[in-house]
Design a protein. Structure first.
Length: 426
């Protein structure tokens, strides 16, 4: 009997996997993108037209924010303030003598729960209270620089043998392996600070909810969030807001000019962080793709079902209602971008990153633009995508760079140029 049940289980697993691979064959053919109606960010769910900023702010923005909170990323189940912060290291001579370095532990304690994440900051010496780029990194703060003073995280990390990362632990071997993605000196030379955090210190990127920040909120023996509560993306976005709380208390930075940045899954995170927390002055999404800037209804490259299947912990469980059912979405990702209005937002794609649907990322910027216009800000006014390496930099900015899914010096040069105009009025 047992053997029979086991056999049955194996067959059904096999079948569902087979179905899975047939259904999830990604589409890369523009002519096969389904026709769909783009939901209007300026019409409420009840069909009322939004004609002014007041109605946007009082009615439409809250209902859209609520939709993304309850059905896509999940809500934070409660409030938790920083218990303590500690400057654990400071150096006056970083980045070829041009910057100070600060490493700050942000600590949370509640009952038996304890969590600490570290912010690595480089601040240009010649600017008092600089604006600052804030973004997570994938493999630890010490990977973004060859600076030997940067502390190595002891948090769980995904193995990456090519970076010398094994047994889920970071060592000296991975110092500097991600230098290519962080134009630290360019940022400092341009008069900006850089703050970065290893995202795994806030919530390890694996499909469980036992570690990181989630357990702080469990009551009555619960071990996982409710269907409308946070997945990892909200947890990471929450962490960025706590980093901003700290910065509001750090008189060496301008907390009113924090540009939240992220690449890929962390670009989804930066968009959601900027949408949730209006204190972020500007937002950059680099190659964020599905569940980030790309419009889900296009089903081009990665799809909702596919992402929920590969990364069941990123979104809230309610998002699974849209697996193979994108048509039913009452709002699409362009309305996530609209939640950032009127603050500057930059969406960037890469030509060879078809999995992230560059055209879908661009169209989000375009379809969010009427909300920016409502505020008298300039968005993206043409539905035609700009040519490769020809950025359009208005309050809503977009570029598609040549090359693969990555963050390059070219991307950083654009972000700096745009921030100079949008935020610093250079
Ligand atoms: C991919 C995932 C993308 C993107 C990427 C990343 O495997 O399908 O949505 O987030 O990971 O974060 O590197």
């Amino acid at each position: 009997m047992k053997v029979l049940i086991l056999f049955g289980l194996l067959v059904s697993c096999y079948l569902s996997n087979a179905q899975f691979s047939i259904k999830f064959e990604p589409n890369y053919d523009e002519s096969k993108v389904p026709e769909f109606t783009v939901t209007d960010p300026l019409t409420t769910f009840k069909g009322r037209k939004v004609r002014n900023v007041r109605v946007w702010e009082k009615k439409r923005r809250p209902e859209l924010l609520n939709f993304f909170t309850e059905n896509v990323y999940g809500k934070v189940p409660g409030e938790l303030k920083i218990s303590e912060w500690k400057i654990v290291e400071k150096g006056e001579n970083a980045v070829n003598g041009k910057a100070i370095r600060k490493q700050v532990d942000i600590i949370f304690e509640k009952g038996n729960n304890y969590l600490r994440f570290n912010i690595l900051m480089y601040l240009p010496k010649n600017i008092e209270k600089p604006p600052i780029f804030l973004g997570y990194n994938f493999y630890g703060n010490h990977t973004i620089t060859d600076d030997v003073n940067v502390l190595i995280s002891d948090a769980w990390v995904m193995d990456n043998p090519s970076f010398g990362i094994i047994n889920n632990q970071l060592t000296e071997q991975s110092r500097g392996v991600r230098i290519n993605r962080w134009a630290v000196e360019k940022i400092i030379d341009a008069g900006y600070g850089l703050a970065t955090i290893y995202y795994g210190e806030v919530d390890p990127d694996k499909n469980d909810f036992y570690d990181g920040i989630h357990p702080f909120f469990y009551e009555n023996g619960r071990q996982q969030p409710a269907a409308n509560e946070w997945g990892s993306i909200t947890a990471w976005a929450w962490g960025l807001s706590r980093a901003l709380d700290y910065m509001e208390n750090d008189n060496e930075v301008d907390a009113t000019k924090v540009i939240v940045f992220g690449h890929s899954r962390l670009g989804k995170t930066s968009l959601w962080a900027g949408a949730r927390d209006e204190r972020f002055a500007a937002v950059i999404s680099n190659n964020s793709g599905c569940g980030g800037a790309a419009m889900s209804k296009r089903k081009f490259g990665e799809t909702v079902a596919r992402i929920n299947n590969s990364f069941p912990h990123w979104f809230c469980r309610n998002f699974r209602n849209y697996n193979l059912n994108e048509e039913a979405l009452p709002a699409d990702q362009h309305e996530l971008i609209a939640l950032i209005a009127p603050r500057p937002v930059y969406i960037a794609s890469a030509e060879e990153d078809q999995w992230a649907d560059p055209r879908g990322e661009f169209l989000s910027a375009f379809y969010a633009s009427p909300v920016y216009n409502l505020f008298g800000k300039q968005g993206i006014s043409y539905e035609k995508m700009p040519a490769v390496n020809q950025p359009v930099q208005n309050t809503v900015a977009y570029h598609i760079r040549s090359g693969i899914h990555d963050v390059t010096d070219y991307d950083w040069e654009q972000y700096i140029k745009w921030a100079d105009r949008q935020l610093v009025n250079k």
